[in-house]
Design a protein. Structure first.
Length: 385
């Protein structure tokens, strides 16, 4: 069996690449990330086919806080064209091509023409479903939502239609495809894992405080206004909310007009620093409106934190209600606040649920279980090769 992957940047695709390498199946992984960012990924350099020339300037520009929507759109289109040509010119022989959605149309068609199979790996909800949901959300806050360009939408929908299989990481993501008319026989669900070696509790939280943490981008898609509102409703003499992640330009005006007492913004942090952040907290909270399955949830659970999170964050595939966390509806700040208050008032319950969260992640087996599920899917698609 020979498997080729493609991805924008890294995402979870390099976890999958390491799993395919474990089985001796990895032929190559295409990426737009520069090689020097991938030296520690554990993949043989010869198998990393990098086309970074358009992605790297975008990374630099975004990190400098420079935003130009018109330029960004055109630059993204040029990046896509360059990457698709690069894949077509360098595609090795393979039995299965696993492409992160948006990156696989040219390569997928080529592999199918050669007699192979193509998996569209969609890490989020159906793009059309997402566009409608987030367009409504941004409008609630008077913000302008940058919708996918028509060419991006059509390309992604073509991937959904033409791929031999679409793989999603959560029940929420699966339901979003069914709601858009996808035949469930062309859908598979494989939940993400967690790095159990890196993510573990490395310290204890302040016993005199009730500390909530959130890790991820700070924007409307992540439900940050609802998280902040729920936090404000929690009653505790020393409550804290740690937020680790880059702040999107769209939400800065909103943040400038709300009460942020007790909130500490830590900025974007390397993954290696996240266990220390999780370990400062008693609970992990996420009010996200749209995810496939937020990997930060598995990381927090591996560090012994109970979750208070939404169905739309892919929580039903991780959380046993009342055992290792709580699932709340999106935008339901009163319910989220009540669940957080329950954990603030009963620290023994909080600690017990945190221990159960760690056990849940251990039982899932980290990324190996994810890899084994993909192993079975590839074997079935390729006819047992």
């Amino acid at each position: 069996m020979r498997v080729v992957l493609s991805t924008w940047g890294k995402f979870h695709s390099f976890h999958l690449a390491r799993q395919m390498e474990r089985f001796g199946w990895l032929a190559a992984i295409f990426t737009t990330y520069p090689r020097f960012h991938l030296r520690r990924e554990g993949i043989a350099p010869a198998k990393i086919l990098s086309n970074p020339w358009f992605h790297l300037p975008l990374i630099v520009k975004w990190r400098m806080g420079l935003h130009n929507p018109k330029l960004d759109r055109e630059w993204s289109r040029l990046m896509d064209r360059s990457f698709q040509r690069f894949i077509a010119l360098n595609m090795p022989a393979c039995d299965v091509f696993v492409a992160l959605s948006g990156s696989g149309l040219t390569g997928g068609r080529l592999v199918q023409q050669r007699g192979g199979k193509w998996i569209c790996d969609r890490s989020s909800a159906h793009l059309g479903y997402t566009e409608d949901l987030l367009g409504d959300e941004f409008a609630r806050f008077g913000a302008s939502y940058r919708r996918a360009d028509p060419w991006q939408m059509e390309k992604e929908l073509s991937e959904y239609r033409e791929a031999d299989l679409v793989v999603v990481p959560s029940e929420f993501a699966r339901q979003s495809f069914l709601a858009r008319g996808m035949d469930e026989r062309r859908l598979a669900k494989v939940s993400f894992g967690s790095d159990l070696r890196l993510f573990r509790r490395v310290a204890e939280p302040d016993p005199g405080a009730f500390t909530i943490c959130y890790v991820g981008q700070v924007g409307f898609r992540k439900g940050i206004p609802y998280l902040l509102e729920a936090f404000r409703k929690v009653k505790h003499p020393n409550k804290k909310l740690l937020i680790a992640g880059g702040i999107h330009h769209e939400i800065k005006t909103y943040l400038g007009g709300v009460n942020l007492d007790g909130v500490e913004f830590l900025g974007h942090l390397p993954r290696t620093e996240l266990p220390a952040v999780y370990s400062r907290a008693d609970v992990f909270a996420m009010a996200s409106l749209e995810e496939g399955m937020a990997v930060v949830q598995t990381e927090a659970m591996a560090c012994g934190l109970p979750l208070v999170t939404t169905f739309n964050a892919g929580a039903t595939d991780l959380v046993e209600e009342g055992n290792n966390g709580f699932i709340v509806p999106i935008r339901a700040t009163d319910i989220m606040a009540e669940r957080l208050q329950r954990l603030a008032d009963d620290r023994e319950l909080c600690a017990e649920m945190g221990a159960n969260a760690r056990k849940t992640i251990e039982a899932l087996g980290g990324w190996d279980t994810y890899g084994e599920a993909y192993h079975a899917i590839c074997t079935r698609l390729a006819g047992g090769k």
